[in-house]
Ligand binder design. Structure first.
Ligand code: FAD
Length: 290
């Protein structure tokens, strides 16, 4: 069953995102996390694609290993950065051969420069929608795309962002996953404007429990927007008390997850940073429709 098939089921998906390991110690922690989250029976897990070099091979390797050695449905992220069409097609085919039936098609960012100018590989693709088409042409893997509640930083306006997002869905995407949100309203506004543009592609909400002040401080980089002002003062008050700040983060993540589910979000995608504890705590307190 691919994620495309799973999404025809009205029950919301619950999923976890991992990063490819860089060192042997990272790899050990990743697998401890995977094994700790596996009993929660997620609908899928995804592995992000590195900006370049060996982490990219690790993405492919870990995704293949999850397909081979666990009961989990892996989704391989793939970006167009520094890849020719021939290379992209070869990666897609290799993943298909390894039984990886699901891909998340992304344009990616230039290495080391999230806000910088995008430069297409001379024999590569320009937009994520081109990668969606390449994957759809290649076979029957299910394919997802990225969605940006606060618009993509390179988009001129929310309107153009919505228009190109809808085009990307129409290129053959089965679902989308959002950049992380800290406030359910931001997800709901995105969903409403996409629906108003005539697109019914399921949009899974990305979220990450705040467990340290660092997440609040890096909010703009992580989510694309400053931390929600109405929550910021509470975190600021707990800034020097790590246990209190973490407890607040878990409480907010539970409220956020529950609100998203109550509003009919088709899925919750937890960005785990390769740790299991916070995600387990949050899911332990959320009532997911059976
Ligand atoms: P696109 O959909 O191609 O959009 C890029 C920009 O071009 C947008 O401004 C869009 O509005 C515009 N646009 C699109 N089509 C057109 C068109 N035809 N004409 C004119 N303008 C157009 N990055 C990684 O490196 N690795 C990962 O694993 C990874 N995983 C991610 C997972 C999620 C859930 C999300 C939300 C993001 C992830 N990213 C990842 C980051 C992502 O690669 C970057 O944000 C990237 O800059 C945009 O990718 P995209 O696929 O949305 O690009």
């Amino acid at each position: 069953q691919t994620l495309r098939d799973r999404l025809t089921d009205p029950r919301p998906t619950i999923s976890f995102e991992f990063m490819p390991p860089k060192t042997a110690a990272d790899e050990e922690r990743l697998w401890t996390t995977i094994r700790a989250l596996e009993p929660l029976d997620p609908s899928f897990v995804s592995v992000t694609y590195g900006a370049g070099g060996s982490t990219r091979d690790h993405t492919i390797g870990v995704t293949e290993q999850i397909a081979r050695e666990t009961s989990l449905l892996p989704v391989a992220h793939l970006t167009a950065v520094d890849h020719s069409v021939t290379e992209l097609s070869a990666i897609v085919a290799r993943l298909a051969d390894a039984g990886v039936t699901d891909l998340l098609a992304l344009r990616g960012d230039p290495p080391g420069d999230v806000g910088g100018e995008w430069v297409k590989h001379p024999e590569g693709v320009e937009y994520a929608s081109d990668l969606v088409e390449l994957i759809v042409r290649g076979g029957d893997q299910s394919v997802g795309v990225a969605a940006f509640p606060y618009k993509h930083p390179r988009s001129e306006s929310v309107e153009s962002d919505t228009r190109w997002f809808v085009e990307k869905c129409h290129a053959g995407a089965d679902y989308a996953i959002t950049q992380m949100v800290f406030d359910a309203e931001d997800y709901l506004r995105l969903r409403d404007r996409v629906a108003a543009a005539g697109c019914d592609t399921p949009i899974i909400a990305g979220l990450m429990p705040v467990t340290t002040w660092g997440t609040v401080a890096r909010s703009e980089q992580l989510s694309g927007a400053p931390f929600p002002p109405h929550l910021l003062s509470q975190y600021d008050a707990a800034r020097d008390d790590p246990a209190a700040l973490r407890a607040l983060g878990i409480t907010h993540a539970v409220e956020l997850a529950q609100r998203l589910l109550d509003e009919g979000a088709p899925g919750l995608h937890f960005i785990t940073m390769n740790f299991a504890k916070a995600t387990r705590e949050v899911l332990g307190q959320v009532s997911v429709p059976a």
